[in-house]
Design a binder for this molecule. Structure first.
Ligand code: UD1
Length: 339
């Protein structure tokens, strides 16, 4: 028995591999290093003490995926992370996003069907809620509100999975809607390593703190929030990884299709996050107040009660640890995985 992790050398994938192995599962990683580095495999070996089977493969390539399933015939669940994820880029290259994200998922699901693999965990996002009317947001909120092609690929893939499960009652699927994953493994060996200028808040702050940027960007101070900056539910990537372990366990109870928010239930503003990071790194950071970023919403945070009740999972780390671990990773690896 083994769990296939597509995108297993990426940010969330690599942390999930660590927690799966700690929980006693055999893992197979498939990745094409499109947005990651082979160095991650060395780091995973250091953390887990294991040589984790790896298969270089593009999830959109039917022949390669077939070879993957033929090579590892003990796979009985798939956690599918491999996908494009940059919101801005998705607006510029929508066809690439639909082709890669939806095509990749379909290719994996068809291979699972051919090989009689019944258990699938899908990397979805709180972005499917768009601008939610009610916060904290629970799983019953309308989940068809994406504001960019990246988000729509998540909405569409969720629908594909629901349709598949109507047609095939033997399938078990966990749709996990992530809020804002940040932080890094406490060892500082793996973490988030974005290409180019980071889009997301935490990697940008972390790179400003090591001196790559003169200031942190604050996108908008006129939101209807207590301090005027956007509020999000930041979740430690290790907690998120543990959510996947809990979801895999649930699939093995033959649960059919289930959907869970993975968040902490607490919202922090941009300024609160910057303050927590300043405490973690022991420096005061310059702030550059800018207009709102197009497509951003004021507030979103999770109601994570369903995951707690049905998976027995809840986030344990708070914002201080998230920032401390992010700083630990960034200061030990100023250029990420690059030499
Ligand atoms: C975005 C995506 C989401 C994706 C998530 C993780 C949308 C609209 N958002 O979430 O789908 O799952 O990234 O990859 O689809 N901010 C700054 N300065 C910065 C960067 C961000 O002030 O340099 C602010 C933003 O305005 C926002 C908050 O920080 O209020 C969080 O931004 P970000 O980290 O980019 O995540 P989201 O936009 O919430």
């Amino acid at each position: 028995m083994a769990i296939l992790v597509t995108g297993g050398t990426g940010y969330i994938g690599s942390h999930t591999v660590v927690e799966l192995i700690a929980a006693g599962y055999n893992v197979v990683i498939a990745d094409n290093f499109y947005n990651s580095s082979p160095e991650v495999l060395n780091r995973l070996k250091t953390i887990t003490g294991k040589d984790i089977p790896f298969f270089k493969c593009d999830v959109c390539n039917k022949d390669e995926v077939e070879m993957l399933f033929n090579t590892f015939n003990e796979i009985d669940a798939v956690i599918h992370f491999a996908a494009y994820k940059a919101v801005g880029e998705s607006v510029e290259k929508p066809l690439d996003y639909y082709e890669n994200n939806i095509g990749g998922a379909l290719c994996i699901l068809q291979a699972m069907k051919r090989h009689n693999v019944k258990n699938f965990v899908f990397s979805s996002s709180a972005t499917v809620y768009g601008d939610p009317e009610i916060v904290p947001c629970d799983e019953n909120a309308p989940a068809n509100g994406a504001t960019n092609p990246y988000g729509w690929t998540k909405v569409m893939q969720e629908q594909i999975l629901r349709d598949m499960c109507v047609a095939d009652k033997s399938m078990n699927v966990a749709i996990l809607r992530y809020f804002n994953p940040i932080g890094a493994h406490p060892s500082g060996l793996i973490g988030e390593d974005p290409n180019g200028i980071p889009n997301n808040l935490l990697p940008y702050i972390a790179q400003a703190a090591i001196g790559k940027y003169p200031s942190v960007r604050i996108f908008g101070t006129d939101y209807p929030t207590p301090d005027g900056t956007g509020v999000r539910d930041y979740i430690h990537v290790v907690d998120l990884a543990l959510g996947h372990v809990a979801a895999v366990k649930k699939l093995f109870t033959n649960c059919g299709l289930v959907t869970y928010n993975l968040g902490t239930g607490k919202g922090y503003s941009v300024l609160e996050v910057v303050k927590a990071f300043e405490k973690a790194c022991g420096k005061t950071l310059e702030k550059n107040i800018l207009p709102r970023r197009a497509g951003d919403i004021a507030v979103n945070y999770a109601n994570p009660a369903k995951a707690k009740a049905e998976l027995g999972w809840s986030a344990r780390y708070g914002i201080e640890d998230m920032c401390a671990h992010s700083w630990n990773w960034q200061s030990k690896n100023p250029n990420g995985y690059k030499e």
